[in-house]
Design a protein around this ligand. Structure first.
Ligand code: NAI
Length: 319
């Protein structure tokens, strides 16, 4: 099969002055894309900014290798400016990789309004602002690829990262909905959950792990998800160390704890707890329609007096 090329495609990578974003930008450029290397050049906690060097150096590197790139130094909070700059340089935006990120780790009790708001603004609002600015053009042309960057801290929680975890799960919700709204316009959107050595993880992982987990082991996943031949959408993918896996929701069969004509009680919940939490024969709902269909089924069952059956009767995979 032929190599995956991005000739003629315009790719915006946010936070591409270092770490993972830099690696994405280099790979897209190597494969022929016109790349907008966005980075405002702040500290890992988002303080400061205005250092044009990180983005400029990546652009220099791309050009030195014969690639096509321009730098942009706006914050992702000004997404409109980033997309206008991309359009001014290359005429349009086909791909948005929402990668920019900061950390303001604190135990929850010590998390200030500024710690919370700063992290939400860069991750959640930033991805919203950049993607919304590119969205009308993608819709009009009937083509787009969007990636958001979530985190294991969001999926599983992590001590001292309540602000970051909340923002990273917000991005999964954003991606899920963009996948649905973009479907009719040829726009695919996925979430990646990377693990790589970078300045954000330098204080978190031991030194040898930071060196071993190279950003270049994540970049090929992002490139593939953004290629026109990849129609995957609404997915969540973990990547690191050269391994890639897909995540999905799992739901127990559950239990009906209400009887027709009787009051539903906390005791009924307690008495069925083992069944409610038993993941044997779990199902994997992937849409709001599937989720609601179960409840319609349960209503019917209760009305017919079947009160002991599991709740997932509407799902053929959970017999
Ligand atoms: P990094 O600190 O090397 O890269 C982040 C870049 O975003 C920096 O160059 C920074 O200047 C830029 N940036 C920050 N705020 C910005 C803003 N408002 N506008 C434009 N640029 C901004 O860190 P790394 O590790 O490469 O992180 C990339 C993304 O991956 C982040 O979203 C991070 O949360 C996420 N991530 C990284 C993991 C890892 O293991 N490295 C784990 C899970 C998620």
């Amino acid at each position: 099969m032929s190599d995956l090329r991005f000739d003629g495609r315009v790719v915006v990578v946010t936070g591409a002055g270092g770490g993972l974003g830099r690696e994405y930008a280099l790979l897209f450029a190597e494969r022929g894309a016109d790349v907008v290397v966005n980075d405002l050049g702040g500290s890992a906690s988002g303080d400061g900014g205005g250092d044009v060097r990180p983005a400029d150096l990546v652009v220099e590197e791309i050009r030195a290798r014969g690639g096509s790139a321009v730098a942009n130094h706006d914050s992702v909070e000004d997404g409109e400016r980033i997309v206008r700059a991309a359009e001014a340089a290359f005429g349009r935006v086909d791909v948005v990789v929402n990668n920019a990120g900061i950390l303001r780790d604190r135990s929850f009790a010590r998390t200030s309004d500024a710690d919370w708001d700063g992290v939400q603004r860069v991750h959640a609002r930033g991805a919203f602002a950049v993607t919304r600015a590119a969205w009308p053009g993608m819709r009009a042309r009937g083509y787009g690829r969007v990636v958001v960057t979530s985190s294991a801290a969001g999926l599983f929680g992590n001590f001292g990262q309540a602000n970051y975890a909340a923002a990273k799960m917000a991005l999964v919700g954003l991606s899920n909905t963009l996948a649905i709204e973009g479907a009719a316009y040829g726009i695919c959107c996925n979430a990646v959950v990377p693990t790589a050595g970078s300045r954000l993880t330098r204080g978190v992982f031991p030194g040898e792990l930071v060196d071993a987990l190279k950003p270049e082991y994540v970049a090929p996943l992002v490139a593939y998800l953004c290629h026109e031949s990849c129609e995957e959408t609404g997915g969540v993918f973990e990547a690191g160390a050269g391994w890639i896996g897909k995540l999905r929701w799992e739901r127990s069969q559950g239990r009906i704890v209400r009887e027709k004509g009787k009051r539903m009680t906390p005791e009924a919940v307690r008495d069925s707890w083992e069944g409610i939490t038993d993941m044997t024969s779990a199902s994997h709902p992937s849409s709001i329609q599937e989720s609601t269909a179960t409840l319609v089924d349960v209503l019917e069952k209760i009305n017919e007096g079947h009160t002991t059956s599991p709740g997932n009767a509407g799902d053929p995979s959970a017999s």
